[in-house]
Ligand binder design. Structure first.
Ligand code: SF4
Ligand code: SF4
Ligand code: SF4
Length: 272
């Protein structure tokens, strides 16, 4: 299984990983949304860099071995691949946002700008890796200091142990993601002066002295928003028939848009 190891002691906060991710995934600039200001992640930003005192901490989906997002999804729109990536199938998604509630790191974000909204998050460059178009994710490839690297998970864990044992005064002896939440495919090692517990969703909300590095982001949900979103679908109190009708409408609408998109592409192919 493939994984990413990010070494906080080597990160200079240049945000080239953020730019590279946006480019390879054709992600447009963020739209200002003051009420959603948060940690830099959004439907248009799948990785971000946070500043904590003198350190820079890259944030992205952790690609959990046992992904809570996938477990919470009622239609299997998210799943763990053999490569290690947790990927998403927009054709199956109902837009219920249970994955957003379930993720222990607060990663999945809702695409508020789309007529038929989807969930967005880092997919470990899965499609491009599987097709052989690239041999490592754009973020790791473009990191100028080697602060974030790609490889076999077992190898990266060995490498993390090596760095820690060779420099015990610098490094904390924790490999974040080795066992955390059942193990993840995005691992971190860090300085003793910069514990990373704040990356866990709820801790993140109360962490002081945490700032976003680079382009300001206004497009990611507060927990309050998530609460609001979820409380707007209270299965216990609203008629199930109405909900199912809504879901049916969303699915149908999505299928219609996909169909029209395909027909348009076929028409363009015929004309070329
Ligand atoms: S970090 Fe969150 S979104 Fe990513 S795989 Fe884990 S549970 Fe899913
Ligand atoms: S692995 Fe790919 S999708 Fe994920 S943050 Fe890096 S460049 Fe973006
Ligand atoms: S590209 Fe590397 S050094 Fe620059 S912010 Fe990203 S992880 Fe840090």
């Amino acid at each position: 299984m493939k994984a990413i190891l990010t070494d906080i002691t080597k990160c200079i906060g240049c945000t080239q990983c953020v730019t590279a991710c946006k480019m390879i995934n054709n992600l447009p600039p963020d739209k200002p949304r003051e009420w959603q200001k948060n940690d830099g992640l959004s439907s248009r930003n799948w990785t971000s860099v946070l500043r904590k005192q003198d350190f820079f901490v890259r944030k992205q989906c952790r690609h959990c071995n046992e992904p809570a997002c996938a477990a919470a999804c009622p239609v299997g729109a998210l799943h763990k691949t053999e490569l290690g990536a947790v990927v998403y199938d927009s054709n199956k998604c109902l837009g219920c946002r249970y994955c957003m509630m379930a993720c222990p790191y607060g990663i999945p974000r809702y695409d508020w700008d789309s007529a038929v909204p989807y969930i967005r998050k880092c997919i470990l460059c899965y499609d491009n890796l599987i097709s052989g178009k690239i041999d490592q994710p754009a973020c790791t490839k473009n990191c100028p200091t080697g602060a974030t690297i790609f490889g076999e998970r077992d190898f990266l864990i060995q490498e993390a142990h090596r760095r820690i044992s060779e420099n015990p005064n610098l490094y904390s002896d924790i490999i974040y993601g080795e066992t955390e939440v059942g193990g993840t495919n995005v691992l971190y090692i860090t300085s003793k002066d910069c514990p990373l517990d704040f990356l866990l969703y709820y801790n993140n909300r109360i962490e002081k002295g945490l700032n976003l590095v680079g382009e300001p982001d206004f497009d990611s949900p507060y927990p309050q928003l998530t609460k609001w979103a979820m409380s707007s679908v209270p299965f216990a109190f609203v008629g199930m028939g109405a909900i199912m009708s809504g879901i049916y409408w969303v699915v149908k609408r999505r299928q219609k848009i996909e169909k029209e998109k395909k027909e348009k592409e076929n028409e363009e192919d015929r004309q070329n």
